[in-house]
Ligand binder design. Structure first.
Ligand code: HEC
Ligand code: HEC
Length: 397
């Protein structure tokens, strides 16, 4: 009883004191001015202090030589809002997210996507969440001093060299968004929450065409997926080896991993950190209607050559290939098993060279069990944390 009497005032003091402390902390962490916060919070579901966007790659990924560009949290926060804003398209019908949906690892589920006036894109939307880190996989972050460890470029035909270039082409594209950058800028000016967000990110420079693209690219550079079952298993081991089974995998997944390492990794890479080959022809047809890299470079030896797509979250990003011709992973595996066509630019990795055959398309002839194992392995690349992460979600109320 005696103790209790002593404790009660102490407890009251502690509660009062800690609630004062809490208020203090709240005021100190207040990131925007009061009027800025009012404009932001009325329209957007954003925290008072920006979320963390810098990518901390796990050790098994760092060991593969990948490293990520630093990301500024205010710029990425602004980029997140722009990414989900339909003001970026002429008719205000689509945003970047219309064709790049977070729950599908920033792909969509159609062979071709609908642009601002209902026309269809000529190619399948690329999954932005197929990489371990966007800036680590692709050339040129938004910081000129940053050079990634490999030279992958953007789009199926690799026609863009940076996210800024890619985004301005996408915004201007007469099927996708149909907007001039100067018109985008005009639309954003005078929107009170954009004025606040641009000021937080770029100070007095405020809303400029370059800053719009820079913010979008900051958001995209923050994307990356490294929390799949595959990564958790690799983290346990500290590295990815074609020869070592993962304890955390089922026997079927390990069988699929082995098959993948033997037949697929020579192009798609062993650790899914960077592609082993940047572009290739994988024998979809004998004659292509879309020439891919060949059309961009005007070089017939690159006709039918396309980006070797990164495969993280691949189970979520169907349909597959540049024209979305395969609906399921089973169909993809069937293609590699018995369907590879003899295109004149077919990559040597998919040809047979022996005494009886000099360069015919390979027939992996996977058994039903092997096909199922390959698909089971590809499904270990799904990262449920990434597709639900608040920092990448639609911020509009
Ligand atoms: C109408 C659908 C559509 C809209 C809207 C759209 N995209 Fe895309 N995106 C695509 C398609 C289709 C491709 C592949 C095009 C190609 O390779 O020719 C693509 C490719 C990309 C790539 C290249 C990825 C890689 O791995 O090479 C990036 C990055 C990208 N989009 C980001 C964006 C951003 C940022 C926006 C908004 C400014 C946006 N997209 C708006 C459909 C769309
Ligand atoms: C010669 C290099 C090469 C090899 C080897 C290879 N691929 Fe591919 N892969 C590609 C290219 C190039 C594409 C895109 C082709 C296109 O769309 O025109 C592709 C596309 C894919 C896609 C579709 C990705 C998407 O986002 O649409 C999957 C899945 C895939 N490959 C899985 C595999 C599997 C499984 C194996 C092994 C059985 C394999 N690949 C072997 C080069 C290769």
């Amino acid at each position: 009883m005696k103790n209790f009497r002593l404790l009660l005032p102490l407890a009251i003091f502690a509660i009062t004191f800690s609630s004062c402390l809490k208020d203090d902390v709240k005021v100190q962490s207040y990131h925007y001015t009061e009027s800025q916060w009012k404009a932001i919070s009325e329209n957007l579901d954003l925290p008072e202090s920006p979320l963390e966007y810098s990518v901390q790659l796990p050790q098994h990924v760092l060991n593969s030589g990948a490293f990520a560009a630093p990301v500024n949290n205010d710029k990425a926060t602004l980029g997140r809002v722009l990414f989900y804003d339909t003001r970026l398209s002429k008719t205000e019908a689509v945003s970047c997210a219309s064709c790049h949906d977070q729950s599908l690892a920033f792909a969509d589920n159609k062979a071709f996507s609908e642009g601002f006036d209902g026309q269809l894109t000529k190619r399948n939307s690329l999954a932005l969440g197929a990489v371990v880190s966007f800036s680590a996989t692709y050339q040129g972050g938004n910081d000129d001093s940053f050079v990634s460890n490999n030279g992958a470029r953007f789009f199926w035909d690799e026609r863009a060299g940076s996210v800024q270039e890619q985004s301005s082409q996408t915004i201007a594209d007469d099927i996708e968004m149909g907007m001039e950058m100067s018109d985008v800028k005009k639309r954003l000016e005078g929107v009170d929450y954009y004025e606040a967000l641009f000021e937080a990110a770029y100070g007095e420079e405020g809303i400029t065409e370059d800053n719009i693209l820079d913010a979008i690219s900051s958001f995209i550079n923050a994307m990356g997926s490294f929390n799949s079952k595959f990564d958790q298993a690799a983290a346990g081991l500290g590295f990815v080896s074609p020869f070592t089974d993962f304890d955390a995998f089922t026997a079927q997944e390990n069988q699929g991993k082995q098959l993948y390492m033997n037949s697929c990794a020579s192009c798609h890479g062993t650790s899914f950190s960077s592609p082993a080959v940047l572009t290739a022809n994988n024998g979809l047809d004998e004659v292509y209607t879309d020439q891919g890299v060949g059309a961009v470079t005007n070089n017939a030896s690159l006709d039918g050559v396309f980006k070797v797509p990164p495969l993280r979250n691949i189970a979520l990003t169907g349909p597959y290939m540049h024209d979305g011709r395969f609906a399921t992973l089973e169909e993809v595996v069937d293609h590699y098993s018995t369907g590879i066509k003899n295109h004149r630019n077919l990559n040597p990795e998919l040809k047979v060279f022996n005494s009886s055959s000099q360069g015919a398309p390979i027939q992996f002839n996977f058994t039903a069990e092997e096909k199922a194992a390959l698909v089971a392995f590809l499904k270990t690349l799904t990262d449920n944390e990434f597709i639900a992460a608040e920092r990448f979600a639609d911020p509009f109320k």
